[in-house]
Design a protein around this ligand. Structure first.
Ligand code: FCA
Length: 323
């Protein structure tokens, strides 16, 4: 009995000596209250359980909190972090803080940029092709305009804009380019710049745009995410523009879109291009952990795909996206 125990203890010690420190990573997101980021965290937790590492989730609404979170992770002996920064221009500062603390860093959703606005290639990234996903939004809107037999001359398009974020600008540019490519009059496209990427700011921005452009009979709305389009839809409703006269298509497909698409009565929120929170939460975490443990270096850039989800095809889209 004693011998068996000794052998077991020796085996354990050997295994322990081989194993590196327990892996701990941070997952830092700019808007922890947004369902998209909640989903990313949820899928990162799935990875942590499955692969046996520790996940530290931190909301980083501004630069100061971002820097504090990185120092905090180092103090907790984490070895790296996934980040969606509150401002992509913090890129160089984030890279320096990571280096100083000997932490590996990968970005998700929003690609970090240097002082001149160029992507920081040394930080592996998982995101979406903003322009392509945006095009899917625009094409979805055009298909629905045609299905409703609207005369495009009588349709106004709200572009809820957040152009300081490159992926935001790419998404809405892709969307309006698809509208224009289908013959939508460029003069009917109205910018509604939002101060922050949430529903409230999109609502306020759209209200101003609608006040200035009361002449249109029908409306469509695009934005960088579901919250932006929801804000536009709510503002339109406030002016009596309901589902019959509004086609809003968002980007994300998380809880915010799900709630809306499952309301008993359709609203102006016609659909959302669903993107993969699973890939962005689960796979980024695993890529980072594999990097830390020396298994594999993450790909320099991965762009994931999206699918248009409407009230009619929700179940199929969720199934196809594995969510
Ligand atoms: C950006 C947006 C989020 C989400 C994510 C994939 O970070 O702000 O709403 O769309 O990209």
């Amino acid at each position: 009995m004693k011998r068996t125990l000794l052998v077991a203890a020796a085996l354990c010690a050997a295994a322990w000596a081989h194993a590196a420190d327990p892996v701990k990573i941070g997952f830092l997101v700019k808007q922890a209250e947004e369902p998209w980021f909640q989903d990313e965290w949820r899928y990162a937790e799935v990875a942590a359980k499955e692969k046996g590492f520790t996940l530290v989730k931190i909301g980083i609404p501004n630069g100061e909190k971002t820097m504090a979170a990185i120092d905090n992770l180092a103090a907790q002996k984490a070895q790296g972090f996934v980040i969606c920064a509150p401002d992509v221009k913090l890129g160089k500062a984030i890279e320096r803080a990571a280096k100083r603390n000997n932490l590996k860093v990968v970005s998700v959703d929003d690609r970090l940029v240097d002082g001149s606005g160029k992507p920081i290639e040394s930080i592996p990234h998982m995101g979406i092709s903003g322009y392509q996903i945006g095009k899917q939004v625009g094409e979805g809107i055009i298909a629905e305009i045609k299905a409703r037999k609207w005369n495009m001359a009588e349709v106004g398009a709200i572009r809820v804009a957040y152009d300081q974020l490159p992926t935001g600008k790419e998404r809405t540019t892709g969307a309006v380019d698809a509208l224009k490519a289908a013959g939508f009059p460029a003069a009917n496209i109205i910018d509604a710049p939002q101060a922050k990427t949430d529903t409230e700011n999109a609502f306020n921005a759209t209200n101003i745009a609608l006040t200035k452009n009361a002449k249109f009979k029908h409306w469509v709305a695009v934005g960088l995410n579901d919250e932006a389009v929801l804000g536009a839809v709510r503002a339109a409703e406030g002016r009596g523009i309901k589902a019959d006269n509004m086609i809003g298509i968002g980007i994300g497909g998380a809880k915010a879109a799900e709630n809306e698409l499952n309301k008993p009565q359709p609203t102006g929120f016609f659909g959302s291009v669903m993107i993969s929170a699973r890939e962005h939460g689960y796979q980024t975490s695993i890529n980072l952990v594999n990097w830390i443990t020396g298994k594999a270096t993450p790909p320099a850039e991965v762009l994931t795909k999206g699918m248009l989800m409407t009230r009619a095809n929700q179940a199929e889209v969720r199934k196809a996206m594995g969510q």
